[in-house]
Design a protein around this ligand. Structure first.
Ligand code: PGA
Length: 249
């Protein structure tokens, strides 16, 4: 695991965007695994700025997102479809039929999950998967206890995750109870993984991840110890409880 330090969220975001741009320059048809939440917002902003200034071409890029709420239509403002549209897709030239997210309103969510894994396989696998980390170590919506070989599946969200995400909704009651997430098995099949963490609320999770010596399903992010190509970019606040010394890019 490569640990990269950043002075603050801005620098974390810039470094992450640069890694994504480097990949697109080397492989214009890259398959990007994307994430939502507060953490990657700045990264998407840097990519949008770069597109405006340098015209980076995304015509051949395909994207697959980590997760989506069950029951929310793509046009629902709280859906991750809507998040991706407003934070990233509208600013770059990825043809819309090359954006993929789990279908939260499929007739059979379970069938939709299997189809999503088959789609990722058909695309040739994710070249770079962007991840945030939950305070409890979750990645995607894979909460503690999730088996590390799970494919894309439906999850019942924990109270703490619904509470953490209630800030995007009017109230916790409006946060869906279920979501669809790439499983840890799906995530581990990505060729490279880029995990971002910013702020003091992530300090405990980062300290635990960086001191983990063996994968443990009680702490989902520790699954990343099994992956040969993981980069963690954490800002000073997120690194504040970790003993590991970070390098720079
Ligand atoms: P956040 O969520 O980026 O909104 O902090 C990350 C996560 O819970 O995976």
């Amino acid at each position: 695991m490569k640990i990269v330090s950043a002075a603050n969220k801005e620098e974390m975001s810039r470094k992450a965007a640069q890694i994504i741009l480097d990949l697109i320059h080397v492989k214009p048809s890259a398959i990007l695994g994307l994430a939502t939440g507060s953490t990657p917002e700045g990264t998407y902003r840097f990519l949008a700025d770069d597109r405006r200034k340098n015209g980076t071409d995304y015509q051949k890029v395909r994207t697959v997102n980590l997760d989506e709420y069950a029951g929310l239509k793509p046009e629902d403002p709280n859906s991750y479809h809507a998040y991706m549209e407003s934070h990233f897709f509208r600013y770059v030239n990825i043809p819309s039929n090359q954006h993929f997210l789990p279908n939260g309103t499929a007739d059979s969510l379970d069938e939709g999950c299997k189809a999503y894994d088959r789609l990722i396989e058909r695309l040739g696998g994710v070249d770079l998967q962007l991840l945030g980390i939950g305070r409890n170590g979750h990645i995607g919506f894979n909460e503690p206890g999730t088996p590390f070989d799970a494919g894309t599946h439906v999850v019942k969200l924990t109270e703490s995750t619904r509470q953490a995400n209630a800030r995007f909704f009017g109230s916790i009651q409006e946060v869906p109870e279920k979501a669809i997430t790439m499983g840890i098995g799906t995530i581990l099949r990505s060729k490279a993984i880029l995990l971002l963490a910013s702020g003091p609320s992530k300090a405990e999770a980062i300290a635990k991840l960086l001191s983990a010596t063996a994968p443990d399903t009680d702490f989902p992010a520790s699954a990343l110890l099994r992956h040969p190509n993981v980069t963690v970019i954490a800002d000073t606040d997120a690194m504040s409880l970790a003993n590991t010394k970070a390098g720079s890019l």
